[in-house]
Design a protein around this ligand. Structure first.
Ligand code: C2E
Ligand code: CA
Ligand code: CA
Length: 745
């Protein structure tokens, strides 16, 4: 029967493949390390060494996939191994070659694939080293391809080792036949240590020809160390059986020393012990391995260790040191920089920050980039919280200095969360998680500051998680309530508005303020519905008060970011206004910078619509973020609300007083009214009035109250509304609120 050439090729290929012992999983740690490395470098969940035999592809080593073989017909690798270079499939669903492949349309739902062929010295394709993702990826670059090929070379290297070991277990003759064509140096010794076999690759590596060394003692090339290793390997059956390798140094003809990997075995030849050794020059491989390991452990942009390496070092520290400190450092205002300077500018800032961070710590400490604009610092053997605080302060100060990028000076800030070992956690996971909670706290307390982890932070966090499951019930059972806090005109004390603030009347915990549950709301699916309910209830209440007092009272409503994602905010607001017959001027919507940063594109249009309609738009917590002037120009605003942190610090710090002055100046020059929040004392109110602030809100006048209680404190005098004296300052404050909720706990 006539057979065509490709059939013969396939036969030769299968014969070559069989020399590698493909039927078993390659259980060597070296393969595991290589696929792990591939998965780290390319940030993919799945990496495989796939070998293709007659009918199947076998996953000889793998990470991230449960199956260990598939049929050859559907195999990506059967295709990729025959291609020159790396095969990249950016999105399998859109690729005519693979879109109908059952591995794409069904489990494991491959979307992205890149595979480098594994070719023997004779050019036979064995399979591939491939990386796979379940999402499409269009960012696999030329240099990624080169790295994948380098990794494939390391895999082949290992496979070759395995082939020789298998051959060695067969007959001496067969071994010598295979050894003759091996790219590795191979020599055999008799029981006296004399060289009996020497292949071409040994010639190439060490310079001696086979003729010149045959019969010579192994001392010719071997250091004492080598001889010792040979003896040890030859006598240690367990090592031999496992086919383990060891590293050593040999001497070449020209006197140079070569670092080689030695793998040896003993067998009996005509009753006499013989010794075979495979020597492999590892200089080149070491270099390429080192480079790839670097790629997997260091951040390409800043050169800092990445998250994986930080974890390893933290693990090390926990294993060897008595104490340690981890900090998570997050930049404030980085997105602004990225938006205004572009990505290259953003990258330059990150590089500058990396340098500054490194200069703030000791040589033995680790500064790592965790991703995005988040960094971490590991300070092994640091136990004093005072010292940790000093380092954190130094970091914050150093990052606060303007960074000059192409002649332009930009400012970012940093917030720091700190966790100490062993006080604040016992595992890597716990410590990083707790440092993260502390960071979160630092951010919410005004940023540009550091906070230590404290146990209550974890309780709050787990409470937040716990509340998640209760939100639907709370919403459906009407457990959410709106409280209202008065806003008073500083010139004459008239009540000009109220801010609606959300409360949760929890059946077990009592009255909860947003700090306890808002995050759970924002993380959940119900946010738009709850947001809509808040708008409608506030409009309803404002309408009722308007009727009752015969005068309009503006109500401020805080918005959630998610309310902008649904695309129907303007319609919902119009609907509420018309349902409750409330003039648009009686409603104010409060937005924070955080919402703007996340929903910028989606916001302008609905806000403009509503602003045109007569609804006021207030910029909440102004001064805490990095809201730029351009933001004030771009957004249709009516008011700025000065954050309470400035108000409370105003009397003590001239800096905060200056910020308030600046905000007032800015606001007024944009034609905006300014409201000061968190006014607690008469002195603060007086100061603010003198500086030209129009309206104030705070405990001095009243905490947020339930509508019935507040209503009793409102009086109409002339054409204005006022709060009765009893509501000013002396009344119930949030502390009482909290106490009330705690006692019902
Ligand atoms: P915010 O919008 O900045 O609201 C002002 C917060 O400061 C309120 O806290 C208020 O009770 C508190 N406060 C008022 N006067 C003083 C004072 O003189 N001193 C001090 N120290 N604090 C004062 P609350 O009610 O706990 O709300 C916290 C945050 O939760 C609000 O900050 C707002 O961002 C959010 N929030 C509250 N209600 C809602 C809501 O209905 N919707 C949305 N999206 N967010 C809400
Ligand atoms: Ca607010
Ligand atoms: Ca505020």
């Amino acid at each position: 029967m006539q057979r065509d050439c490709s059939e013969l090729d396939e036969e030769a290929r299968l014969a070559a493949l069989s020399e590698f012992g493909v039927d078993e999983v390659l259980s060597e740690p070296a393969f595991d390390r290589l696929v792990q490395l591939a998965s780290n470098i390319f940030k993919v969940p799945v990496a495989l060494v796939s070998l293709v035999d007659g009918e199947r592809q076998l996953f000889a080593a793998g990470k991230g996939l449960d199956v260990c073989e598939t049929s050859r017909d559907v195999s990506f690798c059967a295709y990729a191994m025959l291609q020159p270079g790396v095969t990249v499939v950016a999105d399998a669903l859109k690729d005519p070659r693979f879109c109908e492949n059952p591995l794409v349309t069904g489990a494991p739902h491959i979307r992205f694939y890149a595979g480098a062929p594994l070719l023997t010295v004779d050019g036979h394709p064995l399979g591939t080293l491939c990386v796979i993702d379940r999402v499409p990826r269009d960012d696999f670059s030329q240099s990624d391809c080169r790295n994948l090929e380098d990794l494939a070379a390391l895999v082949l290297d290992r496979l070759e080792m395995r082939r020789l070991e298998l051959a060695r277990q067969a007959s001496q003759l067969r071994f010598e036949k295979i050894a003759a064509t091996s790219p590795d140096a191979i020599l055999c010794l008799d029981e006296c240590g004399r060289i009996t076999f020497w292949n071409e690759a040994a010639h190439a590596l060490l310079g001696y020809t086979s003729e010149s060394v045959t019969g010579c003692g192994v001392e010719l090339i071997a250091s004492d160390e080598f001889a010792a290793r040979v003896r040890q390997l030859a006598s240690d059956d367990a090592t031999l059986a496992a086919g383990r390798t060891t590293e050593t140094v040999v001497r070449a003809l020209d006197g140079t020393e070569k670092h080689v990997e030695l793998s040896g075995s003993m067998w009996r030849d005509h009753g006499k012990p013989s010794f075979g050794a495979i020597l492999r020059d590892i200089t080149e491989r070491r270099r390429s391995e080192e480079r790839l390991v670097n790629l997997a452990l260091f951040d390409a942009l800043t050169g800092l260790p990445n998250r994986a390496l930080l974890r390893t070092r933290l693990e090390d520290s926990l294993a060897h040191d008595a104490c340690a400190c981890v900090m998570i450092v997050d930049l404030d205002g980085f997105k602004d920089v990225n938006d205004s300077l572009g990505h290259l500018g953003g990258d330059a800032v990150l590089i500058a920050v990396a340098k500054r961070l490194t200069s703030c710590v000791r040589e033995a400490d680790t500064v790592a980039r965790m991703g995005g604009d988040e960094f971490a610092v590991l300070l092994p053997r640091l136990s004093s919280s005072k010292e940790a605080a000093r380092v954190a302060t130094a970091i914050i100060n150093s990052i606060a200095n303007p960074i000059v990028i192409e002649g332009e000076s930009v400012c970012v800030g940093a917030s720091v969360g700190i966790a100490l070992w062993p006080q604040h956690g016992s595992t890597v996971r716990e410590l990083l998680g707790n440092a993260d909670l502390a960071l979160y706290q630092a951010k919410s307390e005004g940023r540009r500051c550091w906070r230590f982890f404290t146990a209550p932070l974890r309780e709050v966090a787990s409470a937040r998680r716990a509340y998640q499951g209760e939100l639907l019930r709370a919403f459906e059972q009407g457990e959410f309530k709106l409280f209202y806090q008065p806003q008073v005109r500083l010139a004459d004390g008239a009540l000009v508005g109220v801010e609606a603030l959300l409360r949760w009347d929890h059946p077990q915990k009592g009255l909860l303020t947003p700090g306890a549950f808002l995050e759970a709301v924002e993380a959940g699916q119900l946010t738009p519905q709850i947001g809509e309910w808040i708008i409608r209830s506030a409009c309803h209440q404002a309408s009722a008060w308007r009727e009752r007092f015969g005068l309009p009272l503006r109500v401020g409503v805080n918005l959630f970011g998610a309310q902008f994602s649904t695309g129907d905010l303007a319609r919902k607001v119009r609907q509420a206004l018309s349902d409750y017959e409330l003039p648009a001027s009686c409603l104010e919507l409060e937005i924070t910078e955080n919402i703007i940063l996340r929903h910028d594109e989606q916001m302008i249009e609905p806000l403009r619509d509503l602003h045109d309609l007569g609804v006021s738009i207030a910029f909440d917590d102004y001064g805490t973020g990095y809201a730029s002037l351009s933001m004030l120009k771009r957004y249709p605003l009516t008011r700025l609300k000065v954050d309470q942190s400035f108000v409370s610090a105003m009397l003590a710090s001239s800096e905060d007083a200056a910020i308030i002055r600046a905000i007032l100046f800015l606001g007024h020059s944009f034609g905006l009214e300014v409201i000061a929040e968190g006014v607690e004392t008469k002195e603060q109110a007086e100061r603010l009035r003198k500086k030209g602030c129009e309206v104030a809100q705070g405990f001095l006048y009243s905490a947020a109250r339930d509508p019935l209680a507040l209503e009793k404190q409102i009086q109409r005098r002339g054409g204005q509304l006022f709060l009765t004296i009893s509501a000013c300052g002396e009344e119930k404050r949030p502390q009482d609120e909290k106490e009330a909720s705690q006692t019902s706990d």
